[in-house]
Ligand binder design. Structure first.
Ligand SMILES: C[S@@+](CC[C@H](N)C(=O)[O-])C[C@H]1O[C@@H](n2cnc3c(N)ncnc32)[C@H](O)[C@@H]1O
Length: 239
């Protein structure tokens, strides 16, 4: 294990007040190795360098932990891809119950392999589209938190994610510069039952990059007709 990347992981996560144990660090490094190995066979990430994986995938994923309540919450990560932010959050914050959702089955196979290799508990990887999954009774308004990073623009993401969130829960969108998307989201927020609680600008450690964390509070139940059928939210966003 290279000390350079371990030091980076420790220092970077500390910036977000996340103090990793030796065993959590070991799990993250093992996850990185499995990610790199599977990335040779299936497209999981364009980022292949160890340090870049640590910073742009792991530390970035951990940046939302300060916004989670410190109790046994249920979280769904929509469009999780290679497991971001859901898997680093699960590793660093063990008491959380995580559902990873993605529409590409080969990514789900990878995620199931990570879950079994790391012996992670209270986490499942599901193959499906947010539009279909969010209509199922067992998923509808059943989560305290929904997250999404690099999946779609905010009006579309609100339609994908708010149906999963209980009234009183939150949706956390991880964005670059979110100003235009936030401006375009008033109607979607109103229709789907959300309200922007805050937008945090945070610096990604070891880089000049600024990230926007958009926290949307679910203030009323989402009408049953949303999400609309698969593909419709992107083709005709609620604007
Ligand atoms: C650019 S990747 C981002 C992956 C990961 N969140 C990250 O930040 O590295 C977007 C992922 O969202 C998934 N996706 C896109 N639309 C989706 C939908 N409607 N329902 C579920 N997954 C979706 C894609 O299959 C892809 O894995």
């Amino acid at each position: 294990m290279s000390n350079g990347i371990v030091d980076m992981l420790i220092a970077g996560s500390k910036e977000y007040s996340v103090l990793l144990t030796d065993s959590q660090i070991g799990e993250l490094i093992k996850y990185k190795d499995i990610l790199k190995e599977w990335n040779q066979k299936i497209n999981l990430t364009a980022i292949e360098d160890d340090k870049e994986i640590i910073i742009k995938h792991f530390i970035d994923s951990l940046s939302i932990i300060p916004y989670l309540e410190n109790k046994e919450i249920k979280l769904i990560d929509v469009g999780t891809g290679g497991g971001f932010p859901g898997i680093p959050i699960k590793i660093a914050f063990d008491k959380i119950n995580v559902t990873l959702l993605d529409s590409l089955d080969k990514r789900i196979k990878f995620l199931n392999n990570v879950i079994s290799e790391l012996k992670l508990q209270d986490i499942r990887a599901c193959h499906g589209r947010a539009e279909d999954f969010g209509m199922m009774e067992e998923n509808r308004e059943k989560y305290d938190v929904a997250t999404a990073r690099a999946v779609a623009n905010l009006p579309v993401l609100l339609e994908y994610c708010l149906p999963f969130v209980k009234v009183g829960g939150i949706f956390i969108a991880m964005k670059g510069n979110s100003t235009e998307e936030v401006d375009a989201s008033n109607k979607a927020l109103d229709v789907l039952g959300g309200k922007i609680e805050k937008i945090e600008n945070i610096n990604l450690p070891f880089t000049d990059a600024v990230r926007n964390i958009v926290i949307v509070k679910k203030i009323k139940s989402t009408p049953k007709k949303y999400p609309r059928k698969a593909g419709k939210p992107t083709k005709e966003p609620i604007l």
